[in-house]
Design a protein around this ligand. Sequence first.
Ligand SMILES: Cc1cc2nc3c(=O)[nH]c(=O)nc-3n(C[C@H](O)[C@H](O)[C@H](O)COP(=O)(O)O)c2cc1C
Length: 273
Amino acid sequence: MDGSELLRARYGIDIPGAEVPDAIAPLLDRRVTRRYTEQPIPDSLLDALLAAAQSAPVKSDLQQYSVVVMRDKPRIKQIADWIGTMDWIATAPVFLVWCGDMRRGQRLCDIHNMPHANNNLDTFLNTAVDCSLAMGQFMAAAEAVGLGSCPISYVRSHIERVSPLLGLPAGVYPVAGLSIGWPQFRRPVAMRLPPSVVIHRERYDDSQMPEQVAAYDERRRARDPVAASGLKNNDVYPQRDGVGWSENAARQLSVPERFGFAAYLKTKGFDLA
Ligand SMILES: Cc1cc2nc3c(=O)[nH]c(=O)nc-3n(C[C@H](O)[C@H](O)[C@H](O)COP(=O)(O)O)c2cc1C
């Protein structure tokens, strides 16, 4: 596919004037992979991908995240079983759990006989950002060698069980899981909101958002209607045909998700103030 075809696949519209250099074309073509072959991932390759992840930028060079590598099939299946609706996770030869980590900084202060005076919301955000950038870079590196992956926020829905399974101490919490493996097949590219909705020039301006999102809903509906199985919160709202992306987003966002997360973080020593 050339650059304009990649842009059309990503947005469902032409993006006049955009030119896609060959070097970034693979980034436009990425998508998650939710089923894997039995082919293993050698440690030598995994270690290189993790080095690519660790090459991501880190706030103040503090490096406030950790990654737990899981290769033990029954333990990966245990997480898939707890989640219950994503059995394909068990087909992954490797499962990573990306964690925000305030603990290491606290220990460094201890080692150097200083107080840790940054147990606050800013540090929580920094740990999550460091972790997410590293995970993103890992995913791009994995995709570059033909591996597929899928982030799994659902590890946070079962945090009380996942956290002890991994032995996560106070100050360390999972941001997301990441299943990895050689793809059984490649899913279609998911269409994104148009740049006019997401990219603001000089000043934030969402005055045209409702009309632009309505047009996006139409484009998505034409390419890939939301299947009944993909509708969010079917127990709260009627299951019906023709629901668009934005309505489905509203169906999801109108019901509290992981309501107890802040309370959980407090039990793990995060102040969040
Ligand atoms: C932080 C994060 C958490 C996610 N959690 C899940 C998950 O628990 N289960 C899942 O199937 N997909 C999960 N995804 C994948 C998204 O559903 C997917 O990226 C999105 O539908 C767009 O598809 P694409 O990545 O192929 O473009 C997650 C993605 C991110 C970034």
